[in-house]
Design a binder for this molecule. Structure first.
Ligand code: ATP
Length: 212
């Protein structure tokens, strides 16, 4: 099976930015945020269940899920949040596993913000953490989302701490420098890691062949 490199980091750490550099080298990406949207796409059985539970008001005018409305509903209602998570998490996990199984590249990048929090490390052969200082994280995430600092702080508090995340890291890319200054260094690091992952993938494959 394809070698799986889990890529994680806190909100606004630069996961998408760095995952895209791997993609430029031809590495396939499976992005948990995209899969989470695919499983509740218009016409999906899961969307039907959500409508059954919350009513048709949970749909936007075009019939797709009104995510902002859903977020609002579950924000202060832990029971509803629990119900939703119980419905979505197994489906997301199953869909991600299926996408991994269908991949024929030597390795793929599994981009998951809550890799540690949702016990998805067990799916990975290796973990790459994107690490930034909290102050930079706050600044970049609030600028990108036009969000209040308080909202980003709350999201950061709901994620594992920086130190805890680093405990799980096999590899770390530090993304503190602005891209204009640090971009070349990061590209070099990505290129080195890419070679390393190709070698690791090859040695896993030959071990699998020996044992079969
Ligand atoms: P989230 O988990 O919130 O989706 P993320 O970890 O995928 O975020 P990105 O979307 O890649 O993070 O980056 C957050 C913001 O910071 C984006 O606007 C991105 O362009 C910017 N950014 C990322 N890295 C750098 C950098 N080294 N210098 C300047 N800006 C950066």
């Amino acid at each position: 099976m394809t070698y799986v490199v889990g890529l994680t980091g806190g909100i606004g750490s630069g996961k998408t930015t760095i995952a895209n550099l791997f993609a430029e080298l031809g590495v396939p990406l499976i992005d948990a945020d995209i899969v989470a949207r695919q499983v509740v796409a218009k016409g999906s059985p899961l969307l039907d269940k959500i409508v059954e539970h919350f009513g048709v008001d949970i749909l936007a005018e075009n019939g797709s899920l009104d995510r902002a409305r859903l977020r609002q509903i579950i924000f202060n209602q832990s029971q509803e949040k629990h119900w939703l998570n119980n419905l979505l998490h197994p489906a997301i996990r199953q869909e991600m596993l299926q996408q991994i199984q269908q991949c024929s590249a030597p390795y793929l990048l599994f981009v998951v913000p809550l890799l540690i929090e949702n016990n998805l490390i067990e799916i990975c052969d290796r973990v790459l953490v994107i690490d930034v200082d909290a102050s930079i994280q706050l600044e970049r995430a609030s600028k990108r989302d036009q969000n209040k600092i308080e909202i980003i702080k709350n999201i950061m508090a709901s994620q594992v701490s920086r130190a805890e995340r680093l405990r799980y890291a096999d590899d770390v890319i530090e993304n503190n420098m602005p891209l204009e200054q640090g971009g070349e260094k990061i590209k070099m690091q990505v290129s080195e890691l890419h070679q390393h992952y190709l070698e690791l993938a090859k040695s896993k494959e030959s071990q699998c062949q020996k044992s079969s």
